[in-house]
Ligand binder design. Structure first.
Ligand SMILES: C[S@@+](CC[C@H](N)C(=O)[O-])C[C@H]1O[C@@H](n2cnc3c(N)ncnc32)[C@H](O)[C@@H]1O
Length: 233
C-alpha cells in the first residue's frame, strides 16, 4: 500500500469504527439484525454483509441464546455478518473463533486487513476474545491452531457455513465433532439450497434423524435455511 492509500485506509477505518459503535447498542436479536442494516462504513469497511434469510437466522439465534454458549466457532465468515451476530447476541461468550479460507468457494473469505474491523465487534466486552484462523477448515494446520486456542475448552456452539459440497460438509462435521462439548449445538446453513454443487441438503437429511434437531426455513423457500442439532439427545 502506498503512503496515500495507507492514510486513506486509516481515515476509512476511523469513520467506520465510529459508525459501527453508534449502531452496536443492544444485544437483542432484532436490534442486532437491524444494526447490520443501519451500519454504513467507508472504504474497505463499508458494509457488514449477511448471506442469510433474516427470519431463518432470527429463529436460529433464539435457540442459540437460550443455550448461552461460552465457546463459539464459525466455519465460513466471509463478510462478517453471522460472526457479528454471534458476537453481539452472546455477551457471555469467552472465545469466538472464525475459520475461513481466503479465496474459498461459496463466498471468498476475508482479507487480513478486515480482521481489525471484526475485532471491533467485541471491543466493548472484557470477557470476550475473538480469534481468526484464515485457512482450510479441514487442514491439520487449522485444527492445530484451533486446539491451541481452545486448550481445555470445548465448543458449545458451532456454525458450519464454509465448504458446501457434500464431501466438504461431511468432513467438517466429523472433524469438528471431536471439539464439541457434550451438550453442544451445531448449526448448518443451506439445508434448503437446491443448487448444483451444494451438498448440504443431502448431508443434513442423512444425519438429522440421529439427533434432536430443528429446521428454520422460510415458508415456500427453496434456498438457504438453517438447521440445528442438539448433541445431548
Ligand atoms: C457463504 S460464506 C459465509 C457467510 C457467513 N456465514 C454469513 O452468513 O454471513 C462461505 C465462506 O466459507 C468459506 N469457505 C469455503 N470453503 C472453506 C474451507 N474449506 N475452509 C474454510 N472456509 C471455507 C468461503 O471462503 C466463504 O467466505
Amino acid at each position: 500500500m502506498s503512503f496515500t492509500e495507507t492514510l486513506r485506509d486509516k481515515a476509512a477505518f476511523f469513520v467506520s469504527k465510529r459508525n459501527l459503535h453508534k449502531v452496536m447498542n443492544s444485544e437483542e436479536i432484532e436490534d442486532v439484525l437491524e444494526s447490520i442494516r443501519n451500519y454504513s462504513g467507508r472504504g474497505f469497511y463499508d458494509k457488514i454483509r449477511l448471506a442469510q434469510i433474516e427470519e431463518e437466522l432470527y429463529n436460529l439465534c433464539r435457540r442459540v441464546i437460550e443455550h448461552k454458549p461460552r465457546i463459539i466457532t464459525e466455519i465460513g465468515t466471509w463478510n462478517g455478518g453471522t460472526f457479528y451476530v454471534w458476537t453481539r447476541i452472546n455477551p457471555q461468550a469467552e472465545k469466538i473463533i472464525s475459520i475461513d479460507l481466503p479465496s474459498g468457494q461459496f463466498g471468498g473469505g476475508y482479507d487480513e486487513k478486515r480482521i481489525k474491523f471484526f475485532r471491533e465487534f467485541a471491543s466493548d466486552r472484557k470477557n470476550t476474545e475473538l480469534y481468526f484462523i484464515r485457512g482450510d477448515s479441514k487442514s491439520k494446520e487449522t485444527t492445530d491452531k484451533l486446539s491451541a486456542i481452545l486448550q481445555k475448552d470445548k465448543i458449545d456452539f458451532l456454525y458450519i457455513d464454509g465448504d458446501h459440497t457434500y464431501e466438504g460438509i461431511k468432513k467438517d462435521f466429523y472433524i469438528y465433532l471431536n471439539f464439541m462439548s457434550e451438550k453442544g449445538l451445531i448449526g448448518f446453513h443451506d439445508i434448503n439450497t437446491y443448487k448444483e454443487g451444494y451438498g448440504v441438503v443431502k448431508f443434513w437429511n442423512e444425519i438429522k434423524s440421529r439427533y434432536r434437531h430443528e429446521e428454520f426455513i422460510r415458508e415456500g423457500s427453496r434456498v438457504m435455511g438453517n438447521g440445528l442439532i442438539y448433541l445431548n439427545s
